[in-house]
Design a protein around this ligand. Structure first.
Ligand code: SF4
Length: 283
């Protein structure tokens, strides 16, 4: 059985106290507790402080372009749907540059797990406002206050057709591990939006801020109730943050609906390897 050490790459360079430390450890713990070893998992990263985890997590990895982690993750899954595929991204990367891909990954119910480090700023480029920053948020890029309304990640995922929508907090590692394990084992698209304090550039949404406003969903919470899930998603407008699996239903995943690969992964098909004859046909 693999250990946390087996999943550990280089020593992280994140700022001391950054929420990314908790998320990184939670991902490793979840993979160990699910009995995976590093050679059995693929993790695709976006660009940002979260994406730097590419160097800190030991597994098959791809550090993709800004906003493009999801189409790469989907491509890997379609090539070999036996592999668990994770996408580790930031809120700017996923809901900003990659917003289009996010919507279509949700509606396709592609069987990937998307873990979003939601710190409301672009930390790697020194603290500009990101899509989840609230209206009026002051940053280097918005010194007079942010004009736009924020993206609501949970509501966007729900209304785009995601079959698993959850929220975690980087300051509650054990609870985040439980959520991640459920997300990774869910068949279909899963989103885990993780509230992540950026201790260097976001002086508003701190650990203290979240500790006063997060709460765990009750044990008898109805995960398949769409209307209730939407209500939970919009609690962010009252600065309340539910933690746990907000929505989960069963629906066939994208690859299960493709007769060409539903039974046998593309990489295991003999014809897939006959690319020489294909190239000849088109040259
Ligand atoms: S800049 Fe912010 S998000 Fe990036 S490592 Fe530092 S604290 Fe974390």
């Amino acid at each position: 059985m693999a250990s946390i050490q087996d999943f550990s790459g280089y020593q992280p360079t994140w700022c001391p106290g950054c929420g990314n430390w908790g998320i990184g450890m939670a991902i490793k713990k979840a993979l160990v507790e699910l009995n995976y070893s590093p050679d059995q998992v693929v993790v695709v990263f976006g660009i940002g402080c979260s994406g730097n985890m590419n160097d800190f997590l030991n597994a098959y990895g791809l550090h993709s372009l800004h906003g493009r982690a999801l189409p790469n993750a989907i491509g890997i899954k379609l090539a070999n749907h036996k592999l668990p595929v994770l996408a580790v991204v930031g809120d700017g990367d996923c809901y900003g540059e990659g917003g289009n891909h996010f919507i279509h990954a949700c509606r396709g119910n592609h069987d990937i797990t998307v873990i979003v480090h939601d710190n409301r700023v672009y930390g790697l480029t020194t603290g500009q406002s990101a899509p989840t920053a609230p209206k009026g948020y002051r940053s280097k890029s918005t010194p007079l206050g942010l004009i736009e309304a924020p993206v609501n990640p949970l509501a966007l995922a729900l209304t785009s057709g995601a079959t698993f929508v959850a929220q975690g907090f980087a300051g509650d590692l054990n609870h985040l591990v439980l959520i991640l394990k459920e997300a990774i084992t869910h068949k279909g698209f899963s989103l885990v939006n993780v509230l992540q304090p950026c201790v260097t550039f976001n002086k508003v949404n701190t650990y203290q801020y979240y500790l006063q406003r997060v709460y765990k969903l009750e044990k008898d919470y109805q995960k398949d109730n769409f209307k209730l899930a939407l209500e939970k998603a919009f609690e962010v407008n009252e600065e309340k943050f539910p933690l746990g699996v907000i929505y989960q239903v069963k629906r066939p995943c994208y690859h299960e609906s493709l007769p060409q690969i539903s039974s046998l992964p593309l990489v295991e098909k003999k014809r897939f390897l006959e690319y020489d004859s294909l190239i000849k046909e088109f040259i």
